[in-house]
Design a binder for this molecule. Structure first.
Ligand code: ATP
Ligand code: MG
Length: 428
């Protein structure tokens, strides 16, 4: 299917996003969601919430005639929430109260209220304000907050106004705006393949994958690294399905057991599902990550079905008293060592009566490194249901925060390898 490129401009509204009080989370999210649709974003503007700034921005953008204009922020009930009113006056359109939108907004407000007292006049005005829509326009319910999103078409540009709070915007984009865009534009079908990898650095993944891409015209590959992980994304037009499948097969075999998923699933969810399926339990013994592994695991709803708990064994004393690490092991090999990671995992599994135990001990820095044990050196232990313990060693780059974050992911990856039988691929 061929079609004109669908060009989008995004305006993120909020003075607090310009003076550094808060980081914009909406522009990037929107751009990523639109990219999945094959819609390119030409520009993201950050604009303060003042009448003149917003008015000028909209007028300039509409002269460039984008296919889509998305504005976010300032749909709320208060007098500083002025986006809808300014857009309406700039476009010369009327705002009207939509009865269904009003019912929706009332229901949302009621769901947040615990008392039965009647609403003040100001609250009632706020409700009506959040339920106005463009005359002959469209509106989208807000399932997280209150204010509805609205959209209208002006001179061939689809204009969307969305709430500012990121969770509200994200839900509305995924469930309302994306489907709306799909019905309004003939979007080129794009095929996407995802490989999520753990344990390899971006250069290593690139070094393996890039040589395979040589003459694959029409197939885009991108690498998305985060501490400990790298995603590889392949995209191709629908008619190149066969070549894409071929490339995907080659990539799968060079990346091997580093690939933990080929779908949009994260490590804590993946290992959690497997533990639950097996009816097995996990505990953690963490030194340099100080509970980071436990935290990530428990972000998954239902994790109490397989996660028993963990010990933050930061001081050697705790490693000895609660995990049974022997003083000689600490003295001879040091807290950051193969032997201590081993003893921590074994001790946690036994003392906490678990099937599995993960241990982490490392030097997150910036101080504490030496020639033999540099900053970034981390040992991971995994005690398995049969009582065997595997230890894996890494030297991680980056600052304290990224070393700790990568360590959390790599600890989960070691568990993943234990659960799915690819532990022999570890470099011990
Ligand atoms: P509300 O009904 O909550 O007032 P709104 O649609 O009027 O929503 P704003 O008033 O602009 O939106 O922002 C509400 C909250 O969301 C503020 O705390 C604001 O800092 C935050 N917020 C708005 N836009 C963004 C953004 N792009 N990135 C991160 N936070 C944002
Ligand atoms: Mg507001």
């Amino acid at each position: 299917m061929t079609s004109d490129p669908v060009v989008t401009e995004i305006v993120v509204i909020g003075s607090e996003l310009i003076d550094g009080r808060r980081q914009d989370k909406n522009g990037g999210f929107l751009a990523k969601e639109l990219a999945h649709l094959g819609v390119s974003v030409r520009r993201i503007a950050l604009v303060p919430d003042t009448l003149d700034a917003i008015k000028q921005e909209i007028s300039e953008i509409l002269q460039r005639r984008p296919s889509i204009l998305v504005l976010c922020g300032g749909l709320g009930p208060t007098s500083d929430d002025i986006t809808k009113e300014i857009v309406a006056s700039t476009l010369g359109m009327n705002l009207v109260t939509d009865e269904q939108a009003l019912t929706n907004v009332r229901d949302r407000v009621a769901s947040f209220r615990r008392d039965e007292a009647s609403l003040s006049m100001a609250a009632e005005q706020g409700i009506r304000k959040q339920a106005t829509v463009f005359e002959n326009g469209r509106w989208f319910p807000n399932r997280v907050g209150v204010a509805v999103g609205v959209a209208t078409t002006i001179d061939g540009t689809e204009v969307y106004l969305l709430p500012g709070p990121p969770r509200e915007l994200q839900e509305m984009v995924v469930h309302e705006v994306v489907p709306d865009i799909q019905t309004r534009f003939r979007l080129e079908d794009r095929l996407v393949r995802l490989f999520r990898t753990a344990g390899l650095r971006e250069v290593e993944v690139f070094g393996k994958v890039d040589p395979l891409m040589g003459i694959s015209r029409g197939i885009d590959v991108s690498f998305l690294p985060s501490p400990g992980l790298v995603d590889v994304v392949l995209k191709a037009p629908a008619e190149r399905g066969e070549q894409l499948a071929e490339k995907a097969g080659a990539i799968r075999s060079v990346l091997g057991t580093a690939v933990y998923a080929e779908e949009d699933i994260d490590l804590p969810t993946l290992v959690g599902r497997e533990l639950e399926r097996r009816c097995e339990f996990l505990v953690t013994a963490e030194s340099c990550t100080a509970g980071g592994v436990a935290r990530l695991i428990t972000e998954i709803p239902g994790s109490s079905r397989y996660f028993l708990g963990g010990i933050v064994a930061y001081h050697n004393d705790i490693k000895q008293r609660l995990l049974g690490v022997r003083p000689e092991e600490l003295e001879v090999y040091g807290a950051v060592s193969f032997e201590v990671a081993h003893a921590m995992a074994r001790g946690a599994r036994e003392r906490l009566s678990s099937d599995w135990a993960i241990s982490v001990t490392g030097i997150a820095g910036p101080e504490g490194g030496s020639e033999k044990k540099p900053v970034g050196l981390v040992y991971f232990g995994l005690a398995c249901p049969d009582g065997t313990v595997t230890v894996s060693k890494r030297v991680l780059g980056g600052d304290r925060t990224s070393i700790r974050f990568a360590s959390v992911r790599l600890a989960l990856d070691l568990l993943r390898r234990g659960l799915f039988g690819s532990i022999e691929a570890e470099d011990g």
